[in-house]
Design a protein around this ligand. Structure first.
Ligand code: MTE
Length: 320
């Protein structure tokens, strides 16, 4: 993501999480279930063994699950140990350690702007407010790697309906917490903190757009955006903003962190599209974490049936 970032070449240093987070016994268990994970771990023989960390029981219970295209879940160690979270660090393997003690309580999410019923929710009130759903989604990072992740949450549209958007509301703007004391990366002046993202109203109301409170059957871990984040699986991962404290309905397309930082490289829509290259690399293939070979990237990350109609008639090259 950083502006001098080079396209995905997973080096051995990129794959340490397997060895770091899984002890051998857990790894053997995981390998039987997630054959793809075995490839990843087997590539990191130089990593010194670490003290075993017990895997949460919920993780084992998900063994063998696949997405609707038949691809297995990415191993827990990679989902929770290989993260993008610039508020902490630009090192994907470093996020989990630095975010470990991030305080997620007390926490509120203020929903306001062009709505009839603005409301500031306590996070525990919000988590209990709507029935929880489990969704297995592909996550495709703009950098050219991808995962299959089991999330838990509820559709954003349910929350939006509750606050009653006015007719003037055309976009939704999301904001991550601003807390440089806890988030050392927010002291880096090259980014316009806090992290912000946005969706058009119809995108925000699409059933796929998930306000996400859990991963792998448990509450979200700090590195994955605890206590609450958005996940929009047909868009590049940078749209899936973490640690949200504010959701505003607005009239105009919001200016958000990545397009403000590098406007030629990151657009507002950021729909996964193999036919629209990033200025510095192709987007036609991706590396599924755990796989040895790259695979073709699917238009809208394989969710075209649910989302393509929202972009009918739009020039997807201009609106990248
Ligand atoms: N949200 C915030 N606040 N800060 C970030 O740096 N990184 C984004 C997105 N959400 C990011 C963020 C990017 S680039 C990706 S690919 C996904 O989070 C990664 O989510 P994961 O670490 O849970 O896999």
């Amino acid at each position: 993501m950083s502006t001098n970032w080079k396209p995905d070449k997973i080096r051995s240093s990129d794959i340490t999480p397997e060895a770091v987070y899984l002890n051998r016994r857990q790894f053997m268990k995981g390998a039987a279930v997630f054959a793809a994970g075995a490839v990843l771990a087997a590539c990191a023989p130089q990593i010194a063994p670490q003290a075993p960390t017990p895997l949460p029981a919920e993780v084992g219970a998900m063994a063998g699950q696949k997405d609707e295209l038949g691809d297995p879940l990415t191993v827990y160690a990679a989902v929770t140990g290989y993260n993008n979270y610039y508020e902490f660090t630009q090192s994907k393997e470093g996020v989990a350690g630095l975010a470990h003690d991030f305080k997620t309580r007390p926490w509120t999410v203020a929903v306001g702007g062009l709505v009839n019923k603005p409301h500031t929710y306590d996070i525990d009130e919000l988590i209990k407010r709507f029935p929880v759903q489990e969704r297995i989604y592909r996550l495709r990072c703009v950098e050219g790697w991808s995962m299959v992740i089991p999330w838990r949450g509820f559709p954003l549209k349910q929350l939006l309906a509750e606050v009653e958007p006015t007719n003037a509301a055309k976009y939704v703007r999301f904001q991550t917490i601003l807390d440089p004391q806890q988030m050392p990366g927010q002291s880096d002046p090259s980014f316009p903190w806090p992290y912000t993202e946005g969706l058009r109203m119809d995108e925000a109301q699409n059933d796929l757009t998930l306000l996400t409170t859990g991963v792998y059957g448990q509450d979200l871990l700090p590195q994955n955006g605890a206590p609450i984040r958005i996940v929009t699986p047909w868009k590049y991962g940078f749209k899936s903003v973490k640690a949200i404290v504010k959701i505003d309905l607005v009239a105009d397309q919001p200016s958000t962190l990545w397009p403000l930082t590098a406007p030629d490289e990151y657009g507002f829509y950021a729909n996964v599209n193999p036919n629209v290259p990033h200025p510095r690399w192709s987007q036609s293939t991706e590396r599924r974490i755990g796989d040895a070979d790259r695979r073709p990237t699917l238009l809208f990350n394989g969710y075209a049936d649910q989302v393509a109609s929202m972009y009918a008639g739009m020039d997807l090259h201009a609106n990248f």
